[in-house]
Every structure is written in C-alpha cells, then in structure tokens.
Ligand binder design. Structure first.
Ligand SMILES: Cc1cc2nc3c(=O)[nH]c(=O)nc-3n(C[C@H](O)[C@H](O)[C@H](O)COP(=O)(O)OP(=O)(O)OC[C@H]3O[C@@H](n4cnc5c(N)ncnc54)[C@H](O)[C@@H]3O)c2cc1C
Length: 399
C-alpha cells in the first residue's frame, strides 16, 4: 500500500483552507471507515471535500485499524442492519475488485447457537423476507462440514455463504485513495471545533467549511464532551491471533468461515487464518472504559487466557499452538448499539457521526451514504440514528 499512502499524502499540497477564493469545502474530520465513506459519497454528489485525520486512515489507534472485520447479515430482528450490510457489501466488493490486494474474503459466516433463541428465529425470518441465503445446519451436519470445530453443546448453526471478512485497514486506505484519485483532498491534521459550526482549527490554523462532519469515532466524547461525553461509551476490547498447526489447511479461509458463538450471551467470534496472519479470536463482551489516547494497549493475562481457553475448546487442533499477535482496540458504543448520524444540536453546519458500537465497520458505505444525504440534501436517516435516541445509560440491544 506504499503507493496508496503516497497518493493520499501528496494531495495535501493542494489544500483549500482559509482565505482562498474557491468556495469552502465540506470538511470531514476522521478518516476511519465512517468518515472515509462520508467523504467519498459527498464527492460523488459533486461536493468539494476535505478529509482530515490526526494520524492517518484506519491508523493503529482508530477503531477501524487492525486487519479484519466481519461482515454478516444476521442481526436478529434489526432488519435495518441486515439491509445496510447487504447494500454495503456490494460497495465493498466493487472496491475489492478494483484493488490490487483483496479487501473482501468470501469465506462465509457461521453463527453457533446453544438453543433456539429469538435472535436466531428473527434472523431466519428477516433473511427469508429479504431473500438472503441462510443455511440452518443441525449439530451432526455441522461436525461433518467443519471437522476442525468441536460443536459440543451447539444445537445448530446459521451459515451465511455470501458474507465473510473485510480487510479493515487496507479497505479504508483504499477508500481514501480512490476518493483522492477522483478529486477529493486528504490531509493529516488535528482538528479542533470552534464556536461556529462552519469553522474549525486545523493544527491550530483557522479554516472555514460549507459544513463539517465530525466522524471522530472513540474521540467523539472528548471533542464534544457536553453533547457526547455521557452518550458514547468507549470500551477496551482485546484480540488475539494463534498460529494454526503447520501445514494444516483446515484453518484457511477455503475451509473455515468467519464464526461467532453465542456461548450463552458471552459471545466469542473470530476468523480463519487470513493471509497468514493467524487464527483470530476475540470476545465481544464490553470491556472496561478505555481512553483512545492514553489507554494501555498491551494484552491482559486474563484476556489471553480466556481467549486461549475458548479457542482450544471449540477448535481442538489449536491446543498448545503459540499466540502470534495481540491487539487492544476500542469499541465506541452508543447506549444501545445504534449508530449516531445527526446534526450537532446547537452548532449550525456541524454534524455528528459515530457510535459504531463494535459492529459498524461492515456498514461504512451505507453509513457514509446516509450522512452525505443528510449534509447535502437535508434527508434525515432513520430516527434510530438520531442524537435524541441516544441515552446516557448503557443498555445494549443491537448484536
Ligand atoms: C476489536 C474490534 C472488533 C470489531 N469487529 C467488527 C466486526 O467484526 N465487524 C464490524 O462491522 N465492525 C467491527 N468493529 C467495529 C468497527 O470497527 C467500528 O465501528 C468502526 O471502525 C468505527 O469507525 P469510525 O470511523 O467511527 O471510527 P475510527 O475508525 O476510530 O475513526 C475515527 C478517526 O477520527 C480521527 N480523529 C479523531 N479525532 C480527531 C481530531 N480531533 N482531528 C483529526 N482526526 C481525528 C482518528 O484518528 C480516527 O482515524 C470492531 C471494532 C473493534 C475495536
């Protein structure tokens, strides 16, 4: 991606900031998956767009950083996310087809259930309604199809053959690179809000905008403490990679899908050995409060032990295999898991975008489209993405 990085940074030379005769651009602050796709959709609408990030697209501290993200349509009764995942996947696939390296691995996704629960029942109904492929596989057949997994205690699995894994950092970098190639501008800078919704400081220098979208992910509570300090909950999340047995192809994406295990409500999920990185495993339960600037990104001993124990129980072939890598990232949760796509409540011309809540990556293209329509056309998205719907008490309902 060296060439991509150079292209992106090269565009900074043409910055249309203050005091120039051209019309002020729309500024999008934050080149994570939400900001990158918002910038791209605004550009497609013919807008002059300046995308800004303090550390780079999908950087190591951003929630969009890291190797892989699952894309799936199973969302229980929350059909809106199934629709968004499906529409977004089309964009991801188009981008992946044009990219030198794959952005999407169509490995499929398997959700394992200990018993029939509403989430599974509702997912089946939504997929039938939308005509989305979903295979309901009983325990015995699961074992035959994926013999590298131990399905003890699992009653059935729901398998989505058309979904899989997105290569997260690479996908965001590619989105930004395309945006720049097509005429958008990207610059590395730290942004600070001002008292006007259409003004801000970029590395301390004032800049004017037609509108400003603040897509700052886990930094949103710091950027707007009065509005979002108690409405976005940033939590520490730990991820581990384990080396599969040498020469064993049963952990490759050709033989193993992305998977999630409800595990009685304490959900674990992971990926096959994508591009030789190792078998990935993580626990979806929200961790403790985390500061994206100062939080300690070293893996905890208890986290590593619990991920190893789960991996070895469900995937016996991984017993004793070494960890290859750890990552500590953060979720930026809204009160219930619904995204935030809205105007700032008091700053005219400013918009708030975030609340990805541990499941936002796959939806980047659709979230960006919705925010671009709000900014450019005044079209409000679904009410569940409004600021008014965001509470100050965490009560997760979207999974
Ligand atoms: C461990 C983990 C696993 C996940 N798994 C999945 C999954 O399997 N599937 C899925 O769909 N989703 C998943 N997610 C969720 C998904 O990754 C996030 O919801 C999504 O990446 C959020 O993107 P964002 O653009 O809102 O935030 P970010 O990616 O954090 O982007 C915000 C950007 O804003 C920049 N910024 C902040 N403040 C400023 C400022 N003042 N000036 C300039 N720039 C600024 C930051 O540098 C950053 O780049 C996971 C998340 C984590 C952490």
């Amino acid at each position: 991606m060296g060439a991509t990085r150079r292209t992106v940074l090269g565009a900074a030379a043409a910055l249309p900031l203050v005091g120039c005769s051209r019309p002020a651009p729309i500024i999008v602050v934050g080149a994570g998956v939400f900001g990158a796709w918002t910038a791209e959709h605004l550009r497609r609408k013919g807008k002059a767009v300046l995308l800004v990030d303090q550390m780079g697209p999908a950087n190591a501290r951003a929630s969009s950083g890291g190797e892989s993200r699952m894309t799936r349509g199973t969302y229980g009764r929350d059909e809106i996310y199934t629709r968004m995942a499906r529409a977004s996947l089309e964009e991801w696939k188009r981008l992946s087809d044009r990219s030198a390296l794959p952005l999407f691995h169509d490995a499929g996704v398997l959700f394992c259930f200990q018993e029939m629960i509403d989430y599974a029942r509702d997912s089946i109904a939504v997929h039938e309604r939308l005509g989305l492929p979903l295979q309901n596989i009983a325990n015995a057949a699961l074992g035959q199809r994926w013999p590298q997994m131990n399905f003890e205690g699992i009653e059935f699995g729901l398998f989505e053959p058309e979904f899989g894994a997105l290569m997260a950092r690479r996908a965001v970098e590619e989105t930004v690179a395309r945006f720049v190639e097509q005429g958008g501008t990207y610059v590395l800078a730290h942004a600070t809000p001002s008292e006007s919704g259409r003004g801000l400081l970029l590395d301390g220098a004032p800049a004017d905008a037609e509108a400003i979208v603040w897509a700052c992910g886990p930094w949103l509570p710091k950027v707007f403490p009065a509005v979002l300090g108690e409405r976005i909950f940033v939590t520490r999340q730990e991820v581990a990679f384990i080396a599969p047995p040498d020469g064993d192809d049963s952990f490759e994406a050709s033989h193993l899908p992305g998977w999630a295990d409800f595990n009685g409500g304490d959900l674990y999920y992971g990926f096959p050995n994508l591009e030789g990185r190792g078998f990935k495993i993580a626990r979806d339960t929200h961790g403790e409060h985390f500061d994206p600037d100062t939080g300690d990104r070293r893996m905890s001993d208890t986290g590593a032990a619990s991920l190893r124990a789960f991996a070895e129980r469900r995937f016996p072939g991984l017993a004793g295999r070494p960890f290859t890598e750890f990552r500590v990232c953060q979720y930026e949760n809204s009160s219930n898991g619904d995204f935030l796509i809205d105007r700032h409540p008091s700053l005219e011309g400013a918009y708030l975008l975030g609340g990805g809540s541990g499941h936002g990556f796959k939806h980047g293209p659709e979230v960006g489209r919705m925010m671009a329509e709000l900014v450019a056309d005044g079209t409000a998205p679904d009410a569940r993405f409004s600021l008014a719907s965001k509470q100050t008490v965490q009560a997760r309902s979207v999974l």
